[in-house]
Design a protein around this ligand. Structure first.
Ligand SMILES: N[C@@H](CCC(=O)N[C@@H](CS)C(=O)NCC(=O)O)C(=O)O
Length: 226
């Protein structure tokens, strides 16, 4: 029996966050169940039992333990299976890690998520992007990456010298920014661009991102043939 089941979906950046942590940890002993967002399966009674907000991802363990919220799932899995993605146990390392986690959630995820929704997700719903929302989110992202640029001039990764979960937390939404044509918020800043390259050149991350890119291209080609 697999160690747990991950309920997630294609194109879901929050699911990808968990998949990236599992890939980086080299962990394959899990079952992956796809929830189809376009069919609204996330709002089904079964999924609501796992995730009271009717979203993905969530994980369930054979003993019934269930968890949602991608960052909480990532942290739990990294702790449970001892992935080297968490800070050292001293108070200062833990505090800096928590600080970096909060910066990602409070200053980055909202504007980046808005661009992902307006420019990426809405395409699949045949809805037009709200350009006012996009422009305002881009301004916030520029301000965020200006700060990140200064920080990354004196550290290799978001929480310090080591690659951690916090760096992975950024990857799916930055991928969406590139997919939507806004990769220059990263590539135009020297230290941020170097950090991004360090992250995506990690073999396990690269392998998963390449596989996802190929799968997306194949799905787009199949849809175009219909
Ligand atoms: N904060 C949550 C966000 C979860 C979330 O918004 N998931 C999206 C997919 S990426 C979803 O399920 N959307 C469908 C819906 O809200 O109905 C997390 O990090 O897991």
């Amino acid at each position: 029996m697999p160690a747990f089941t991950l309920y997630g979906g294609r194109g879901s950046s929050n699911t990808d966050r968990v998949r990236l942590v599992l890939a980086e940890g080299g962990f394959t002993d899990f079952d992956y169940q796809l929830i189809d967002l376009r069919k609204g399966e996330q709002k089904s009674p079964e999924n609501l039992k796992r995730h009271p907000w009717g979203k993905i991802p969530s994980v369930t363990f054979p003993d019934g333990f269930t968890l949602y919220e991608s960052r909480a799932i990532c942290q739990y899995i990294a702790t449970k299976y001892s992935f080297p993605l968490l800070p050292k146990e001293d108070a200062e390392s833990t505090a800096l890690f928590n600080q970096a986690q909060l910066e990602e959630i409070l200053y980055f995820a909202d504007p980046a998520g808005k661009i992902g929704f307006e420019k990426f997700a809405k395409k699949f719903m045949n809805l037009p992007a709200d350009e006012v929302v996009v422009q305002s989110a881009l301004k916030q992202l520029d301000a965020f990456f200006d700060v990140a640029e200064r920080q990354l001039q004196s550290r290799e990764y978001m929480a310090g010298k080591e690659f951690t979960l916090v760096d992975i937390n950024y990857i799916p939404l930055i991928q969406r920014l590139f997919a939507c044509g806004y990769g220059d918020v990263v590539t135009s800043r020297k230290a941020v661009a170097a950090w991004w390259t360090r992250c995506i050149e990690r073999p396990a991350i690269k392998k998963l991102m390449d596989a996802d890119r190929e799968a997306m291209a194949a799905a787009a080609a199949a849809a175009a043939r219909k």
